[in-house]
Design a protein around this ligand. Structure first.
Ligand code: ADP
Ligand code: ZN
Length: 206
């Protein structure tokens, strides 16, 4: 099964992706993670992506679509995958339809008022896990792998405002796009613990 995870920044796409991966063994493909890895390695793509990410804007479609198109030619996608952070606008969604078969778009809906605090309080680990300062109780390492937690460069109040704006104007229209394809399922990502939200997802997947 091939799934798209849709949702605003801070909606919990990464958190749920990690749970889905554990239970269903689907490959997790995150364009944000791919860009961050490129920035770390200092590649040309990384240099280009950084300026857009720091501004809370979308990395240009030609670059992003090509990365995903290429990634979906690898052998490891054959057992099914989740796309996290792609597509992020209508152009990308239409491109994706040309090179992929998507079964389901899981929309994680969260009230906008909750997102800024979630994002600015987020601490992440290089292994992909993320936490919120309010539940860490001062712990600075990852419960899963022991890695050192850090804050993403774009998880600051100024960039978040712009990311939410980008989501509302460019990404939210995808809800209608996948609804009209009959592929949209929405879960309430704003109430309950991550495991309660995951329970809704299990319901949909089984
Ligand atoms: P979040 O969902 O919390 O905003 P991501 O890691 O998905 O975090 O994305 C971080 C940034 O990476 C985005 O703000 C954007 O600049 C860039 N990015 C990620 N995916 C895409 C995409 N599909 N198209 C364009 N830019 C993207
Ligand atoms: Zn970790």
């Amino acid at each position: 099964m091939n799934i798209i995870l849709l949702g605003a920044p801070g909606a919990g796409k990464g958190t749920q992706a990690s749970k889905i991966k554990q239970r269903y063994n689907l490959l997790h493909i995150s364009t944000g993670d791919i860009f961050r890895a490129n920035i770390k390695k200092g590649t040309e793509i990384g240099k280009l992506a950084k300026s857009f990410m720091d501004a809370g804007k979308l990395v240009p479609d030609e670059v992003t679509c090509e990365i995903v198109r290429d990634r979906l030619t690898w052998d490891d996608v054959k057992g099914g995958y989740m796309l996290d952070g792609f597509p992020r606008n209508l152009f990308q969604a239409k491109e994706l339809d040309k090179f992929a078969e998507i079964d389901l778009c899981l929309n994680i809906a969260v009230d906008e008022g909750l997102l800024t605090d979630r994002i600015c309080g987020r601490r992440v680990c290089a292994c992909g896990e993320s936490y919120h300062v309010s539940t860490l109780n001062g712990v600075t390492t990852c419960a899963k792998c022991g890695g050192k937690l850090y804050q993403r460069a774009d998880d600051n109040p100024e960039t978040v405002k712009s990311r939410l704006d980008t989501y509302n104007t460019q990404t939210a229209p995808l809800i209608d796009y996948y609804m009209s394809q009959g592929k949209l399922k929405t879960v309430d990502g704003g109430t309950g613990a991550p495991d309660d939200i995951f329970a809704q997802i299990i319901n949909i997947l089984e």
